[in-house]
Design a protein around this ligand. Sequence first.
Ligand code: FES
Ligand code: FE2
Length: 459
Amino acid sequence: MTALEKIGSQPSHLGGGVALYDWDYLVQDDRAHRLIYTDPAIFEAEMINIFGGTWTYLAHESEIPHENDFITRRMGLRPLIVVRDGAGKIRALYNRCTHRGTTLCRWDKGNTKSFQCPYHGWNFVNTGKLRGVPWPEGYAEDMRDPKYNIAQVPRVESYRGFIFGTLNIDALALAEHLGAIAPMIDQWLDRNPGGKVVVCEANRFRFKGNWKLAYDNSCDGYHVAYSHRSLLETENRFAGENAKGMAYYRNSPDTQPMYMRYTGHGNHFKDKRPNLEKRPGGLWALEAAHPGMEHYEAQFIRRYGERAFELLDLAGSEPVNINVFPNFSLLGNHIQVFEPVSVGETNAIWYGTMVVDDGRLGDAVTDVNALRMRTQEGFPNFGEVDDIANFEQIQRGLMAAEDEWVYMHRGLGIADRIKQHEDGTITAPATDEAFMREHLKEWKRLMRARPNLAIQREP
Ligand code: FES
Ligand SMILES: [Fe+2]
């Protein structure tokens, strides 16, 4: 059994700066205080209590398919090397040399059995164990002491290929933590033949705003008609009224066949699938057949005849937004990840995904994946920029210190609008801010908690 080093029991130096904050004042039923987005001390505590105290998405197994593959990632501000070691075990090593603290690995990804520190050459096996140091006779003590092995995240678990990590040794098992959001992830995967995706490269954005602004927007159906007006108009230029994609947000979106569901632990999804016509090509027609895509459709019909529309659906974006607190979304065919950089700066990364042939697609798999890439270019290029502009402008607005509150009470207090179900989940119309009220309750619970955190080293 590997030794755990407890790190959560010293309130004075880990997040201790906010020990006296009144969390109930900062996050109320209907509003949140601007400080939760602007205060560096709160941000610092979040990097421990949120990006440490709960499960954080790290990477996808398809990014490290072979033994000794690695990819560098972050968990909050901790630089990590997510590696599949020589025995096939997935580990999240701190990308930090135990000698003087520099990052060990400066590559984004690769394949290696060991990491050699660029500073003084200490060499570590990809299990995290120190293999050797240059000129060991210069050390009086035994360098095989485990304290020189690389720190690692003590709990790393995957759900159907999605790798998450937490420092919280008391956290629920990942599948339990995902709970009622897990079947949504299953459906997102299982609509593809073989029920698998492979992650491709990413569209990377950085914005000058707090990371929560992105998560607060992840299930927001209220902004679409206004913030994404130009995208809506482009999508529908040749398609008539209410025809495509996000057009159903235009006229009273709350009466359209879509809804949001809060599933607990900060997780939620917005399901627009009831809008789909249940026929081959139904998803393609609604979500992807935008101006400029006509020739792709014609080419599929020419090449695949009867099968064309079934294949086009595989390229079209899934109309469900699935959000796992604090940093993971499945949006269309993308995996979107939020990476905090500082209290007022965040990376928003959109990983594209390919479908894997299980024998049913044959030669068509290449065409499906090529078209999937075209449709994946749509929202990140034409929609995400609208959202990011909002996040940056919110951060600017919140610098007005005297005007303290952000309101999130849409839907609150209206009888029969928000439904609490027996399984503990909550549903509401698409424009309600119930999702935000609920994930901020989870945020508050985590910020107030004294989580049982630890790191681990090989013995
Ligand atoms: S800092 Fe890594 S070997 Fe010195
Ligand atoms: Fe948006």
